[in-house]
Ligand binder design. Structure first.
Ligand code: IPE
Ligand code: IPE
Ligand code: MG
Length: 266
């Protein structure tokens, strides 16, 4: 493709995304979107590249999706970046993921802050390497009063571990009589999860073709709408167009929450 044609195509694509954003914004926008960003390794392997190249490309995609989420007026975007099970991976892959995260924060923090994005984390970040921990803390601190899109980065996150944490905290409060057993209800449990104070995700997206949850937000997704990409779309292939397709699909669904939709009488 000639360079001119490349830029024309890119420009057309941007214009198309802009038009679609306007259409989608006219309908109900999910307040909270969560994404299992899967397939970085396979994307790279398919090209004969090291897995770390896939992770690098994946970080670039994160930037685009954060930008589009802001334009759509989504309130919360929760991104699964590293699970409690991902420590099983080779040391050099873990190192690459962590240093890419640091690199991304160092490079993008100013812009994110300027765009009123609030960075938060879910998961036990105290176990991350020192440098990553410090950069994340810095980003969270700098952006804590921002009022735009909140991006929750799930790091050393596991849904089961989150429940263990909640049970421990609640039990402690019962033991010290701060709470009675009768006080324990669904809301109280929600309040002891990392996502305390946030609405449950309306939409969960997973790229890469696998149809599973992999220990993500187990309690919170009870009534979340699920959207799985087909196997040809690894996370580094995921464009704003795919994202808008998922949201548009969500907008066409009927959420019943176990009830029935009653037609209004005239
Ligand atoms: C997701 O991509 C990123 C992380 C889990 C950190 P993967 O690295 O899982 O890529 P695949 O699924 O092996 O292709
Ligand atoms: C889920 O992907 C975790 C992240 C995207 C961070 P995995 O690649 O770890 O999940 P499995 O192994 O396919 O279930
Ligand atoms: Mg994977």
């Amino acid at each position: 493709m000639s360079l001119n044609r490349f830029f024309r195509t890119k420009h057309k694509r941007k214009a198309r995304v802009k038009t679609n954003i306007e259409i989608i914004k006219d309908r109900s926008i999910p307040r909270h979107v969560s994404i299992i960003m899967d397939g970085n390794g396979r994307w790279a392997e398919k090209r004969g590249l090291p897995r770390s190249t896939g992770h690098r490309q994946g970080v670039e995609i994160m930037r685009d999706i954060i930008e589009t989420s802001g334009e759509l007026g989504i309130e919360y975007l929760t991104l699964y970046a590293f699970s409690t099970e991902n420590w099983k991976r080779p040391k050099n892959e873990i190192k690459a993921i962590m240093s890419l995260l640091v690199e991304y924060l160092v490079r993008e923090l100013k812009t994110l802050h300027k765009n009123n994005v609030k960075i938060a984390t879910i998961g036990d970040i105290s176990l991350l390497p020192d440098k990553a921990y410090k950069e994340i803390k810095k980003a969270v601190k700098l952006t804590k009063d921002n009022t735009g899109l909140q991006v929750n980065v799930a790091l050393n996150y596991g849904g089961r571990l989150e429940m263990v944490k909640a049970v421990r905290e609640i039990s402690q409060k019962v033991a010290t009589k701060e709470l009675n057993i009768e006080d324990i209800d669904e809301e109280l449990i929600s309040d002891h999860l990392y996502t305390c104070g946030m609405p449950d995700p309306d939409l969960l997206i997973r790229t890469g073709g696998d149809v599973r949850i992999s220990n993500f937000l187990l309690y919170q997704i009870a009534y979340t709408e699920l959207w799985f990409s087909d196997a040809t779309v690894y996370w580094p292939d995921f464009t704003s167009e795919h994202y808008l397709e998922a949201i548009s699909d969500f907008q066409n669904r009927q959420r019943r929450y176990g009830g029935v939709i009653v037609e209004e009488e005239d």
